[in-house]
Design a protein around this ligand. Structure first.
Ligand code: PLP
Ligand code: MN
Length: 380
């Protein structure tokens, strides 16, 4: 029999509680802002006539992914890892693109098995993997959709655009139980370029490489129903290219501090009107000296690879340094007192979510939802 989870032992909050009672540090979602972000991207994709395949690496939550499917205009989701897909499919998702390469034979077998329960697509950038994918699909009696990933400037995975990509496409289309779905073209670095003109230049370059690749697919008589990629920093540019059929933004639902910097250069402090919706709720645990304070949110509660968090809605207080369990705050006017609560906007949302067991969804100062981070730690 399932025991009711206890606050502190199991969870940081309970539904119906006031925000002031949440045990900190906790990862909280402003549900109103989150829902507006989801609705905004739905509206954008519908207006532009591109499919929205929301990336679930951001939140790793079955509840959020199902909400994006039901209310957010998503046609499916992306995952980065097979285990992430396993967790989310178990949670009820039925159309998953692994927007990444899977090369280990055992992982390929797990992936093919998943196709019994959901529609599965995956990227390839190496001909040697195609045979293994095909054999696994035959073994499990399933079909897999395959996207040829091109390196369009990120220098991460991906085959060279143009002729090599079309050659790989030809190998895929000849393989049993594999369906050549099209092209994956994602440029991660471009998402985080702060200058909008430079972002545009970079995506123009991407689009030219994609166009060349699509042309080679056509010349080779290969089908290419899907051209997919893009994230929160550039989704509008790929959508406007007329070439992309699908966009894969993830962070748009939360908008971390780095995306605020990307958007700030657009003049409105956000990208396309998206709002901060994810916060680390933290408490002041020490006021050891004039001019500074210490809070209970450090490296184990938020990720600082894209910069430090900023303090939301509280002028004059700055988060200046993180250690494992502490955050150092500059408090020049000594406005902070013990047990004061602050909301931090994390520097980078995706790895931050992976540090927590659950999201505490808040509306009008009251806890409305507790959503498990379903695929927390599912990185294998
Ligand atoms: N697509 C792929 C392949 C990614 O790796 C990522 C993020 O790293 C995204 C989409 C989503 O990007 P963002 O969270 O910046 O919107
Ligand atoms: Mn990210």
């Amino acid at each position: 029999s399932a025991k009711t989870p206890e606050i502190g032992f199991d969870i940081p909050a309970a539904i119906g509680m006031r925000v002031e009672e949440i045990q900190t540090p906790a990862l909280i979602i402003d549900l109103d802002a989150f829902e507006r972000n989801v609705a905004r991207m739905k509206q954008f994709s519908e207006t532009m006539g591109v499919s929205l395949r929301a990336h679930a690496k951001t939140h790793k939550s079955a509840d959020i992914a199902l909400y994006q499917m039901a209310e957010g205009g998503a046609v499916g989701i992306c995952c980065q890892k097979v285990s992430e897909a396993e967790a989310l499919i178990r949670g009820g998702l039925t159309d998953v693109l692994i927007a990444n390469e899977v090369t280990d034979p055992k992982k390929i077998d797990r992936l093919a098995r998943l196709a019994k329960f959901a529609r599965i697509s995956v990227c390839v950038d190496d001909a040697s993997v195609v045979a293994a994918l095909s054999a696994a699909a035959v073994r499990h009696g399933v079909r897999l959709d395959i996207l040829v990933e091109i390196d369009c400037g990120a220098r991460r995975c991906g085959t060279a655009p143009g002729v090599p990509a079309a050659e790989l496409g030809r190998i895929v289309s000849a393989a049993e139980n594999l369906e050549l779905a099209g092209i994956q073209a994602y440029h991660g670095g471009a998402q985080h370029i702060y200058d909008p003109a430079k972002r545009r230049v970079e995506i123009d370059r991407v689009v030219a490489l994609v166009r060349d690749t699509v042309d080679h697919f056509e010349q080779a008589g290969l089908q290419c129903r899907s051209v997919t990629g893009a994230g929160t920093g550039t989704y509008n540019l790929e959508a406007m290219s007329g070439l992309y059929t699908e966009i894969q933004p993830g962070s748009y639902i939360f908008m971390d501090a780095d995306y605020a910097r990307v958007g700030a250069t657009d003049g409105n402090g956000t990208i396309g009107g998206f709002e901060h919706a994810l916060f680390v709720l933290t408490s002041v645990m020490s006021k050891p000296a004039s001019g500074r304070a210490v809070c209970d949110a450090g490296l184990k509660t938020h990720s600082i690879d894209s910069g430090l968090p900023f303090v939301f809605d509280r002028d004059g207080v700055t988060y200046v340094d993180a250690s494992d369990e502490h955050g150092n705050l500059d408090d020049p006017d000594d406005v902070l007192a013990l047990n004061d609560r602050l909301r931090l906007v994390p520097g980078h949302c995706d790895p931050t979510c992976n540090l927590h067991d659950c999201f505490v969804g808040v509306r009008d100062g009251v806890v409305e939802t507790l959503w498990p981070v379903t695929a927390r730690g599912k990185v294998y």
